[in-house]
Design a protein around this ligand. Sequence first.
Ligand code: ADP
Ligand code: MG
Length: 435
Amino acid sequence: MKYYTPLSTVAGYNTQVFFDLVLECSLQFKDFGLDSRLMSTIEHLGFSEPTEIQQKAIPAAMTGQDLIASSKTGSGKTLAFIIPAMQRLIRNRALSKRDPRVLILMPTRELAKQVFTQLRLFTTGSQFKAVLILGGENFNDQVKTLEKDPHFIVATPGRLADHLSQGHFYLNGLELLILDEADRMLDLGFKEEIDQIMQQIPQSRQTLLFSATFDDSIHKFSKSLLKNPQVITIDDKTEVADSVEQLIYTVDADRKRELLSYLIGSKNWQQVLIFTRTKKTADELAKEICKDGIKAQSLHGDKSQGARDRALLNFKQGKVRALVATDVAARGIDIVDLEYVVNYELPYVAEDYVHRIGRTGRAGKSGLALSLVSPNEEWLLTAIEKVIDDRLLQQWLPGYEPDLTKDGAPKKSQNKKKARNQALQKPTSKARRRR
Ligand code: ADP
Ligand code: MG
């Protein structure tokens, strides 16, 4: 049995901190009192036990109270809101026969599609209809879809706000609003569209906000949207799953590509997600490793939506072995059983390292996160070690040892680094070491 008590405050909210009175006694799906149809769907999909966030967020959401739930990427937040949403619809009578009852807002098209796919697993065969409303797709088709009185809408905020402003549907009967990946939503600057949507949603709704991180900006954002929410935070946002092995190879920047292709080829890695810091590097690297005989595509924000969808699908289906992505494009993407993540360049924001390597080792499966670190990136590695509160062993791979005679030599790149640090208002590595 689980008890919880207000114990501490997170960003100004009383946080319900859970503790086990009886150790080793975790909640099962059957303990939530879910409708039998919902239970059989869960069983049919092969989910035997709720994840930690599901154990806490599902009963909390089922009380009808507003909720903020944060837990690391890959911890199962999607079902933590789909299940209580389905339960609500099955059990409660609709306020209005025509208006949508549940709205799920997602920051990106890829994430919206993923959530929609999961939702469809639950709505297929039920009396409930779910629709997906995304930017970049045919507006008139969407108008027709909205006219069919769906129960669930999964949408990106911009396009949904457009439809609302043109009166294509109404949200007066909305009972449940879900904001997923709220931190990314803020990063991408959706606040205005969300405010616009909010004006059309009844105050009496329940609001659930999910996020990989919970900080002051989320707190501020949530203040205007949620009423007296329960707050559930699980895991430090910077925690790396135990199931992910982290490997660091120190190598000169100009030999990284060669080493990467060598590793993918010699170890026969079939599905590798590779991160770069910039779109340009992502494109260049994808081209280069193709030349090395490894099928690769890039994924970043400058690509058309069609190209992004294709790249992701090809990667998921195993038609390309390597997907080279930037942080924003890859955020939250869920690839079942992805085993290998490579940091071709370390991220400037140390927390992004955790998000990146969280693409593997999901739902307890094992994964390998390899970082190729050039000597001039060591300051970034130090920052990452601080964030994850762990030391990462740097290794040299025979034949790819860094050329130490180069160290300190490239005045030009050091000036570049200084300029970049100034631009990012980051201390230089020297200043960091002094601290
Ligand atoms: P998050 O939104 O927290 O990043 P997701 O909801 O995308 O995580 O879930 C990550 C993966 O875990 C998905 O592949 C999902 O199918 C799987 N998953 C979710 N809940 C469970 C569960 N109870 N048991 C096993 N796997 C689960
Ligand atoms: Mg998610």
